[in-house]
Design a protein around this ligand. Structure first.
Ligand SMILES: NC(=O)c1ccc[n+]([C@@H]2O[C@H](COP(=O)([O-])OP(=O)(O)OC[C@H]3O[C@@H](n4cnc5c(N)ncnc54)[C@H](OP(=O)(O)O)[C@@H]3O)[C@@H](O)[C@H]2O)c1
Length: 243
């Protein structure tokens, strides 16, 4: 029988929690009684997420641009002081870019690599000492079908999500002996602001709902059997996997 963890009172840090998949994961994990550090750039969106949980006092709202020099330091400082440890890290904040290869500037390449690959790398590095104090330490990185494939006008996005996948695989092996579980969720098109901007041609019908991704995240955190799930690719039913 697979062991199911009681998440009540356990602590998670979720980046990009002001909307889309991040907000859906926050609401799902709050339902199970988790205390959450909600990170994103827009304070109003984070406060809204905290309010929607119905338990705003258990939520730590951290409006920070994670790519700014002191961004991660500030998050770690406040979160450590408040939570005194951590059970779950979810690297979800990210950006997409829909531009031809030649039109993509180096500045855009650096910006997308920073939030999609460099920030998760540094947050994992900084959170590992805290996760070691937990009895259910879990990291979930939100990749994409673009972690595996390349599509036109998505070279920079694909490069960043491939980088995140490589890092996730290596880290998962490195910390497995300590009981730290590292997973990647790689969805296709999820109906959020990101996809509305990147692919305005797609409609909500037939798209993956953010709540479906949130449910899988909750499953990975709650279930700690002997069989470990490295990665879940989430495809749109009846479609080739693509954003
Ligand atoms: N939607 C899809 O089809 C899809 C498919 C596969 C993978 N994904 C991945 O899923 C994740 C969530 O995306 P989403 O679809 O939910 O899009 P979204 O609604 O646009 O959410 C992205 C979040 O990332 C935050 N963020 C971006 N840059 C940041 C920065 N520098 N510092 C702090 N926070 C930052 C944003 O915060 P603010 O709003 O406050 O700026 C926002 O809350 C991303 O990693 C994305 O690549 C999405």
């Amino acid at each position: 029988m697979m062991k199911k963890i009681d998440l009540n009172g356990r602590r998670a840090l979720i980046t990009g929690a002001g909307g889309g998949i991040g907000r859906a994961m926050a609401l799902r994990l709050a339902e199970d009684g988790m205390k959450l550090a909600l990170v994103g750039r827009d304070p109003e969106k984070l406060v809204r997420t905290a309010a929607l949980t119905g338990r705003p006092l258990d939520m730590l709202v951290l409006p920070v641009d994670l790519t700014k020099p002191r961004g991660i330091d500030d998050v770690m400082h406040i979160m450590e002081g408040h939570f005194k440890g951590l059970d779950v890290l979810i690297n979800n904040a990210g950006m997409a870019l829909n531009k031809s290869f030649e039109e993509t500037t180096l500045d855009e390449y650096d910006r997308i690599m920073a939030i999609n690959a460099r920030v998760p790398f540094e947050l994992c590095r900084r959170c590992l000492p805290l996760l070691r104090t937990s009895d259910c330490p879990t990291i979930i990185n939100i990749g994409s079908v673009v972690s595996h494939k390349g599509y036109v006008h998505q070279a920079a996005y694909a490069a960043s999500k491939h980088a995140l996948l490589g890092m996730t695989k290596a880290l998962a092996k490195e910390v497995a002996p300590e009981g730290i579980r590292v997973h990647m969720l790689s969805p296709g098109g999820v109906y959020t602001d990101m996809v509305k901007i990147a692919r305005p041609d797609l409609s909500e019908e037939g798209m993956i709902a953010p709540e479906e991704v949130a449910e899988l995240a909750a499953f990975l955190i709650e279930h700690r059997g002997n069989g470990v799930i490295d990665e879940i690719e989430i495809h749109r039913a009846g479609k080739e996997p693509f954003l």
